[in-house]
Design a protein around this ligand. Sequence first.
Ligand SMILES: [Zn+2]
Ligand SMILES: [Zn+2]
Length: 140
Amino acid sequence: MEKIKSLLESTPLKATPQRLAILKEISKWGHIDLDSIYKNLSRTFPSMSLATVYKNLHTLKEYGIIKELNIDNLKNKYEIAAQKKHHHLVCKVCGEITDIFLETTEITKQTQNMEHFDVDYCEVFCYGVCEKCKEKGKGN
Ligand SMILES: [Zn+2]
Ligand SMILES: [Zn+2]
């Protein structure tokens, strides 16, 4: 919990129990959507509405504490922003997201040559079928 709390230290945001619980939930799952956060926290905070969770996510996003991932055909997911830059493998069947740490120097180089654009970093989403779903014979 101390580590979670420190995420808010560089911001003027108060470390409310709700905010800390939301951040803890995101940190625990790695990537999680609004509905799941709400569902998981509704037992601890029965009076907290979906709109409150959304508002908190929005604020945390604005301060750069969390990142919103917009993924094709899936609900937007949130992750803690203070991580090593990475890319994502997305399973089209079960929606599972896996972090991959890859160098994208090739993309960076190519983009620079094509558009004379200065690239700082690239974020790639790879869509496919995960191992678990393949084993179950789904996604063929
Ligand atoms: Zn899958
Ligand atoms: Zn990630």
